[in-house]
Design a binder for this molecule. Structure first.
Ligand code: ZN
Length: 322
């Protein structure tokens, strides 16, 4: 039954379609080459959540960042999931929660850094496209001190991007990623220079969050160490509903999920990161609680379920009706 389809589409020969056999349509149009705005809005209880993208972090060859298994295993898992085995671009899913009349931004993107390519630094554009004024944001919450999470706290002139916001993060990550003694590897030097540029100007408005502390109404910190020493997840609750912002508990919706024992190049303590990932994925799957992941395919909102020795990520369908 697929004989004709096979010949025309898969063998791509075009033979048999005699010129002039089928009349050409009259209408023509150029390609538009523009995309939809890079924000997405949904409700959790009485809170309004707006995912506002900072764009892409370009990792290049995946097997150089995802470690602890043979390179062929990384390529096979990506190929099996119809993803490029040679070029990886991960999303930067910052988001704003409007709850109790206050706006809280979670993570700030790469800012002006081009360490991971030219496709990041879009957060200010995404916020304004979503109708959110930066000066109306009263809290900036940081999952950890890495360049792609703290990078957009100040602009290229070192002016505060969120001039009316307190900044919340773990003390361990502030101390580590502003410490020039940690510049032992080239990538860490770049991370620390950028962290100092962004975090030192807000030193007097930093609030250090502790494990299991509800530090803002409905927002609770959950220590998730390993990727960095002070890496923190956040539970966001409103009117009986909740979700977890899992930060960088996993950098990919397949690789560190189907095989959660895989390691990631930028982990401070990769063994501890694996243990934390196993514990948190197990908890989130068992409780069927929604998650937002910073680096998953846009907009990064869904659930984890147990699958064999690992897990699977099931994205929540986007709802474009409000
Ligand atoms: Zn990250």
């Amino acid at each position: 039954m697929f004989g004709g389809f096979w010949r025309r589409n898969l063998m791509a020969s075009g033979e048999g379609l005699g010129a002039g056999a089928i009349p050409s349509p009259l209408a023509k149009a150029p390609k538009l080459n523009v995309q939809a705005p890079y924000w997405y809005r949904f409700d959790v209880g009485d809170a309004e959540v707006t995912v506002v993208s900072d764009g892409w972090q370009m990792l290049g060859e995946p097997s150089e960042s995802f470690l602890g298994v043979p390179k062929d295993e990384v390529r096979r898992e990506l190929t099996d999931n119809f993803m490029s085995p040679t070029e990886m671009n991960i999303e930067l899913n910052s988001f704003v929660v409007n709850s109790n009349g206050k706006l809280t931004l979670f993570d700030t993107g790469l800012g002006g850094s081009k360490m991971f390519g030219p496709k990041g630094g879009l957060l200010a554009n995404s916020l304004s496209a979503a109708g959110i004024k930066r000066e109306d944001i009263s809290a900036v919450v940081i999952s950890h001190g890495h360049i792609d999470h703290i990078g957009g706290i100040v602009d290229e002139n070192d002016e505060l991007m969120y001039p009316n916001a307190q900044v919340y993060m773990s003390e361990a990550d502030f101390n580590y990623w502003t410490d020039e003694r940690q510049m032992d590897l080239p990538w860490k030097k770049t991370f620390i220079v950028h962290a100092r540029k962004n975090l030192l100007p807000v030193r007097d408005r930093l609030v250090f969050v502790k494990d299991d502390q509800e530090f803002l109404p409905g927002i609770t910190a959950v220590a998730a160490p390993g990727h960095t020493l002070g890496h923190t997840m956040f539970n966001i609750q409103s009117n009986g509903q909740s979700f977890f912002f899992v930060g960088d508990i996993s950098h990919h919706s397949v690789l560190l999920i189907e095989n959660p024992r895989m390691e990631f190049l930028f982990d401070t303590d990769a063994k501890q990161a694996v243990q934390t990932r196993l514990k948190m994925l197990g908890f989130l799957a068992a409780n069927r609680v929604a998650i937002l992941a910073y680096h998953f395919a846009w907009p990064g909102y869904g659930h984890f379920v147990k699958a064999g020795d690992g897990f699977r990520y099931l994205p929540t369908p986007m709802n474009m009706n409000r």
